[in-house]
Design a protein. Structure first.
Length: 148
């Protein structure tokens, strides 16, 4: 029996895949639990339309992310931190400070989408952070740590 998966199921397939399973597995488990739909002609047409609409929305989101990426490439951040006389930072600089600096520049991004290549930044200097705007769009944002 062909079914359309409504969610990822391990060892079977991913969401929106059309897979072949045994009749009993589909009728007694997948369909009653809401994990799948029977792949009738009508359900296949609806499924294709949903995939087409989702692809269109995804393309729009990616285009917006690419525009934002071009703007972010022009940005250079300066982050102040309390330091010792030797240039060591008291504490560390993390994604929270980078997100706040980006917000001050007019970019409202969530800190969970920002990652730093160095785990902990403990010294003054120049670094870069990777900002994930879309699953296919990543931008490197340079920033500099200065003493306050």
């Amino acid at each position: 029996m062909n079914v359309i998966l409504k969610q990822d199921i391990s060892n079977l397939g991913h969401k929106d895949d059309i897979v072949v399973v045994k009749d009993g597995y589909a009728r007694n488990y997948l369909i009653p639990k809401g994990f799948a739909l029977n792949a009738t002609a009508q359900n296949k047409k609806v499924h294709e339309e949903i995939l087409r609409q989702r692809a269109h929305k995804e393309a729009q989101l990616k285009e917006a992310a690419l525009i934002l990426a071009e703007e972010l490439k022009k940005v250079s951040l300066i982050i102040g931190a309390k330091t010792s006389t030797k240039g060591k930072i008291f504490g560390s600089v993390n994604t929270i400070q980078i997100a706040e600096a980006l917000t001050e520049k007019g970019f409202d991004l969530e800190r969970k989408n920002i990652s730093i290549s160095d785990d902990l930044i403990k010294e003054i200097g120049s670094y870069s952070a990777t900002v994930k705007l879309h699953k296919e769009v990543l931008v490197e944002v340079p920033f500099e740590i200065v003493s306050e």
